[in-house]
Ligand binder design. Structure first.
Ligand SMILES: C[S@@+](CC[C@H](N)C(=O)[O-])C[C@H]1O[C@@H](n2cnc3c(N)ncnc32)[C@H](O)[C@@H]1O
Length: 431
């Protein structure tokens, strides 16, 4: 496909997403099925344009003076390829599949626009109500934090230290230029996509099949490391889902002790079995939702609640979610978070710790939940998460955001500060 055809496809997919209010991944998949002539390179390039638009929909609309899918697609292309109006016109010269261009005035306006003059929520590329929530949650740097969440994400991997080393995996993935992650001790990173390219399918590599690494955002790896689980301990991963944290915890414990991986949802848990097998993680026991966990009561050194959340910290990867999120969805997640925390608390042994993790940056899902938990559970107190960071990653710069909760301190990771997805981490200690 030439550029014009890709532009037309991106406009069609964005229109479909907007009119039917459905996830962009579904719209992209359906488009691919209906246009089988399009190769994987075309689909990747179209996907990049669509995702770029969704990351910066509001600022592009403001800069273009027009927020139609057509205007936004041209804005995204000019921005990501660094094209001015003339270069854009030249790139489409004689391309019979190219849709009608925005007016020359719109293109000039875009190229000359000064985003610093735009209202704060436009600069932050957020709906108005979320801009307010971001300000409350992240303080004076909230616009810069939100801007960083509109960038393309890297591809992060965690090396399974039980089966391999970072050097071995770098060697095995040598065509893809993976480099050690800046913070996470077992992390590897492949840089964000440039232009119309795509990330390699690393899961098709022999090293992946052999269990040498998992795909896992560096922020998620750090959150697991902050739990501080030691070899020989008993750990309950209460919201284990597909097992990302369980696997990281089990490897960090050097195969000794036990990670009990539990989830209330059988479907969510389903992929964990295959992943545990591939990683040869002998110190993970999976507990399905029907299992009674009474034997673990007050017996766990550490309990992890990687809670269900709105995922605002992952908008670089799922940018459509920020335009679909509603205030009522935040309230619903907050209630689920309280339920999960309350249900998990009883498994912590006296002197043991409860780690609360979300991949959201909203205070309502983070510090507010911890404060409310401490009111309900007088036998717990908030711990010192910066100390957990210093212990888990002594050489790493302290680039997180620290915040007082109860008498303790919680941490927030963000794309701007730690170069990771957004994560919140708080530690609670049972008296
Ligand atoms: C953020 S996901 C977990 C991701 C996973 N820990 C990982 O690292 O791959 C949250 C999980 O919490 C589970 N969950 C929600 N409420 C729960 C509850 N009350 N008890 C146990 N699990 C719950 C959901 O089914 C979902 O799988």
């Amino acid at each position: 496909m030439r550029l014009g055809g890709r532009i037309a496809a991106a406009i069609e997919i964005l229109t479909d997403t907007a009119t039917r209010r459905r996830p962009v991944a579904d719209a992209l998949k359906d488009w691919g099925l209906a246009h089988r002539f399009a190769g994987s390179g075309d689909r990747a390039a179209i996907g990049n344009i669509v995702y770029d638009v969704l990351r910066r929909r509001r600022s592009y609309g403001w800069r273009m003076g027009n927020d139609s899918p057509r205007a936004l697609v041209f804005a995204a292309l000019m921005d990501s390829e660094n094209l001015d109006a003339e270069a854009m016109l030249a790139a489409l010269e004689g391309d019979r599949f190219a849709p009608e261009m925005p007016s020359a005035a719109d293109l000039q306006r875009f190229a000359a626009s000064d985003i610093t003059q735009a209202p704060a929520a436009v600069r932050a590329d957020l709906p108005d109500w979320l801009a307010k929530a971001f300000e409350t949650s992240l303080g004076e740097d909230w616009i810069a934090e939100a801007e960083a969440m509109s960038a393309r994400p890297p591809l992060d991997m965690r090396v399974n230290s039980q089966l391999s080393t970072r050097d071995q995996v770098i060697e095995a993935l040598s065509p893809f230029n993976a480099v050690p992650a800046a913070l996470a001790p077992q992390g590897l990173r492949i840089a964000p996509i440039v232009g119309g390219g795509r990330h390699p399918n690393v899961q098709a590599e022999g090293a992946f099949q052999k269990g040498w690494f998992e795909i896992q955002d560096e922020g998620s790896q750090i959150a697991a490391a902050l739990v501080g689980a030691r070899p020989g301990e008993q750990v309950l991963d209460f919201c284990a889902g597909a097992g990302g944290k369980s696997l990281a915890l089990a490897a960090g414990m050097e195969g000794q002790g036990m990670v009990h991986a539990y989830d209330a949802d059988k479907q969510r848990l389903a992929p964990i079995y295959e992943r545990v097998k591939r990683a040869e993680a002998s110190n993970i026991t999976v507990h399905g939702p029907r299992e009674d966990l009474f034997e673990l009561d007050a017996a766990m050194d550490r309990v992890v609640v990687d809670a269900p959340c709105t995922g605002t910290g992952t908008w670089r990867r799922r940018p459509d979610a920020k335009w679909r999120l509603s205030a009522s969805a935040v309230d619903k997640r907050a209630a689920e978070q309280d339920t999960a925390l309350d249900a998990a608390a009883r498994f912590v042994k006296p002197g043991g710790t409860l780690a609360y993790i979300t991949c959201s940056l909203l205070r309502a899902e983070n510090a507010d939940r911890i404060e409310a938990f401490l009111q309900r559970h007088r036998d717990f107190s908030a711990g010192d998460s910066p100390a957990a960071w210093a212990e888990a990653m002594p050489d790493a710069p302290k680039s997180y955001r620290a915040e007082t909760v109860g008498w303790g301190t919680a941490l927030t990771l963000t794309p701007r500060l730690t170069g990771t997805d957004g994560f919140f981490f708080a530690k609670l200690v049972r008296q």
